[in-house]
Design a protein around this ligand. Sequence first.
Ligand SMILES: CC(C)(COP(=O)(O)OP(=O)(O)OC[C@H]1O[C@@H](n2cnc3c(N)ncnc32)[C@H](O)[C@@H]1OP(=O)(O)O)[C@@H](O)C(=O)NCCC(=O)NCCS
Length: 187
Amino acid sequence: MRDVGAVPCSTSSMSTTSHPLRLVPVRHQDQAAAVVVHDDPSWAPFTFLYGYDPDGTWTGYMSWLADVRRGVGLGPSEVPATFLLAWVDGELVGRTSIRHELNDYLEAYGGHVGYGVVANHRRRGYATEVLRQSLVVARAAGVMDVLVTCDEDNVGSIRTIQRCGGVLDSIVEQSDGGPRKRRYWIR
Ligand SMILES: CC(C)(COP(=O)(O)OP(=O)(O)OC[C@H]1O[C@@H](n2cnc3c(N)ncnc32)[C@H](O)[C@@H]1OP(=O)(O)O)[C@@H](O)C(=O)NCCC(=O)NCCS
């Protein structure tokens, strides 16, 4: 059996909560809270609910996420991924998407992990904890060397990745003219 290994990630000095942060698959009862957060325009251009179709059913969305996690029915450029919500004491505080493989886009710009913290829960160490736990999930999926990227000017994400042991590999221009991306490996 593969050894998941220790996660070289320090606890943020900003984390003051006495309640644990838990990463949990999307459940039936999460719809109302998750859609409210997803619809908050302040996320743009980031997407909160990965792959969510407001015209579909929540049950259908959960089923699609389960398929994506198992690599079932993926399109040619899609990769298996685990999408999880982050909860602290019954509050939805963030999300993470852990890609089990890289395609050309993810290798260049997107990386293995995409995380976000709800605006009124930021600066409490939650992103650091979400990324730390995401590394465990990535390794359980067989990803030992984890690529994490962020926009060149995303100071909060840069610090989050650094706190989790990220080593800068490169800073790359995006072919579509988007912001330059910083690419880090966490080994
Ligand atoms: C970037 C983001 C994830 C940070 O979440 P967070 O929960 O506030 O981060 P943390 O509390 O874990 O802070 C981690 C570090 O970043 C620093 N930080 C966080 N936000 C910051 C900001 N806006 N400016 C400067 N530093 C910031 C914290 O001080 C902390 O550093 P420290 O440990 O040296 O004190 C959050 O702002 C977010 O979700 N943004 C929108 C989506 C996004 O950009 N996702 C990342 C995609 S790569």
